[in-house]
Design a protein around this ligand. Sequence first.
Ligand code: ZN
Length: 340
Amino acid sequence: MLFPPTIAGSLPKPGWLAETEKLWPKWKLEGAALDQAKRDAALIWVKLQEDAGIETVTDGEQFRTHFVHGFLETVEGIDWNLKTKMGIRNNRYVVDVPTVTAKPKRSRPVHRDEAAFCRAHTQKRLKWTLPGPMTICDTLADGHYGRRADMAMAFAEILNEEALELEAAGCDVIQFDEPAFNVFMEDVKDWGIAALDRAARGLKCATAVHICYGYGIEANIQWKQTLGSEWRQYEEIFPAINASAIGQVSLECANSRVPVSLIGLLPDKQLLVGAIDVATDRIETPEQVASVIAEALKHADAERIQPCTNCGLAPLSRAVAEGKLAALGAGAALARKRHG
Ligand code: ZN
């Protein structure tokens, strides 16, 4: 199928599971009841994605409160009580982050059983998202390594263990989320890609990297206003990404100031073209989604284009997210029809 839609990853949590319209929502249940509720929420979203025509579905991140800390919660070597105030994403927002005090070690598989659960309940392609090594390092304080590249490589090793287990559990795509790639462009070339390739080593399933301009939260909206009339961050890092072993690149295109022509710098990759804006509650029309695909077609073959969301839909209301999923599926179908 041409233009098979997918999503960047996250979806809103139902109001009975967690606080709504928040990036760091608190769970509303505990223990076994919470575990059951997470599975129920994932089932609902898998079904809604299927019904919207999404071909590669995710769990919507229903099993974790945040894409970075959800993976790190059970990792040893991180002191969650030793909080350091850090301006993350190059001081875009200040957060109290936990501190790495020893070499990180997975105490157990993190998402394997959750992925196996989703696998058992959908025939569609299943994608699992993990934080990328650079973004992890930009969300933790370093009290052990002294060099960010070293800390990233240590996390890449445990991400790789996790990714291999997720593949064995039936995931078709493993995606690493690297919003930090758009912020530390020099580091991407120096060690970010090397760490990413280490995290994906040995995977036979499809692999992806998601590089966006962040959730549609106020701090990001303000940051975007400082980036000028054209956002050319991708231009600096795409040649290095094209040379990496990662198969797919997930990009922000809809309603952004990214020149879509920059995808010309990724001739060897599958392109997850962001056709849904996450910074507005306005629901796209299928026509708008199709027009982003048409723009991408000027610079890449149809076989390489998969329409996607710009970023996660987690902070939106459920009704808006459902509307955007439907628009994505309908827009892809429209583009398919026009392409013949
Ligand atoms: Zn994103």
